[in-house]
Design a protein around this ligand. Sequence first.
Ligand code: NOJ
Length: 558
Amino acid sequence: MSDRWYSEAVIYCLDIDTFADSDGDGVGDIQGLISRLDYLAGLGITCLWLQPIHPSPNRDDGYDATDFYNVDPRFGTLGDFAELLHQANNRGIRVIIDLVVNHTSDQHPWFQSARSSPDSPYRDWYVWSDQQPADRHQGMVFPGEQNETWTYDRTAKSWFYHRFYKFQPDLNFGNPAVRDEIKKIVSFWIQLGVSGFRIDAAPFIIEMTEPGNANSPKDFAFLTELRQHVQWRSGDAVLLAEANVEPDELQKYFGDSGGSANRLHMLFDFMLNGRLMLALARRDPEPVIEALRETPALPSGAQWATFLRNHDEIDLSRLTADQRQDVFREFGPDEDMQLYGRGIRRRLAPMLGNDRRRIELAYSLQFSLRGTPVLRYGEEIGMGEDLSLPGRESIRTPMQWSMKPNAGFSEADAGKLIRPVVEGGDFGYERVNVTLQRQDPGSLLSWFERMTRALREAPEIGSGTCTPIDQVLPPGVLAHRADGPTGTMVFLHNLSTKHATVDLGSLYEEADLPNDMLSDRPYNPVGKLDALELAGQGYRWIRLCRSYAGAGPAGRPV
Ligand code: NOJ
């Protein structure tokens, strides 16, 4: 495996509160998660991304912390967390946590002190304006749920800045004391044993907010500082950030203009996410090819994190209006499936009409493209959403473990659950659950296990280059290749519903006993690659050749 473990990882993202409840209070907890680690290991997960774990009034699902040095008492204690790290490590699973430091909860003692007096030592930890700022109604992230970014605080007798909801005041990163505190927080969790952080809202952290200026300057140097600090504390800790920004801005998040990767190790690939949705909606690979071609060159060691679904709405704001309409029409036609005018608040299986072939195709595509795949809990069994819940809660329902009451998530009375489980219909826990799928070699869960195994045997995907194969192909077919020191893989995905025959004979001279590693069905052997059959919505992962020289001391079996 590459020294850069994150390049070849499979990241699984979950919120402790909806995963597994061990003590019957209706809220998932750390002990519950520990009891499910073997399940995750069996799924081939190598890294867990835990969504906010800190104490919080939970007005934004934990993205509003009141204490960065503790875990939410509903989840357990710091001792439980240390045990989780130990147990995960025993199974070869790393843990990264959400670092939500762009803002705090307004209930955080720092903000309570800051608002209480201009002389508070914490006053300058937040961003204030004595006058009403002219950009008060600009830059909202949650239109419809938020109508300003500056709110007047009567106690403070001043306006405070909040890029998100008004109960989430932004910290002032222009203040060196805030920067030092964030480094201390990071050090604390590294010392406990986490392998890194998912940095929430990176572009806003580095925003040096000037009242009245909706386009305040950014201080990228903080990312360099943070990286240096993290690396001194733990050489292989990783920073994975959320930065949904214009393509020409992206490189600055990975590294400075000197060309080295000295800032964030990984960024979520929002651009690819939107294009993948468009490609699936139109059954046309062109948007994916475009996304691959337009990807800025990354400095060595920088990596994308790919995803189809996460805990937020699917953000389609980087598509054109026409493109967005095509995705809405296909995957979120009803108004209550859409959110903030830009996104879809659904899980993937229902978006794809619960069509098993299309779900496999979509995940096969995501996992075979460059970058490190991130998988959201429950997607591996094809969970659905609950549109009767408000906003993004629709996709944050409890994990469906079994046919037991409450889907085996909790023994509490149903009314005490953090959120209701999805019941009845095609996606209810009675039909969609781990227990049923575990027993069925043909289930989606079993397929995910096979797919992650294939991925781990194909390190070229994470560590190598990814190139669309430039030749005339049947309509709807994407062919791409991954080349790395360990060899070459070739992938075919047929986004159309029509059977196709693909001629990749020109690659045969590079091949060394080529063979299928994963496919939607058994196909005839690949032969000379000049007549590759591909069913409608089918896919094939073909190993073209393998280089043992590049495989590292232990080598790897094909
Ligand atoms: C981005 C997170 O993904 C989202 O869930 C949260 O509401 C905002 N940041 C605010 O922290």
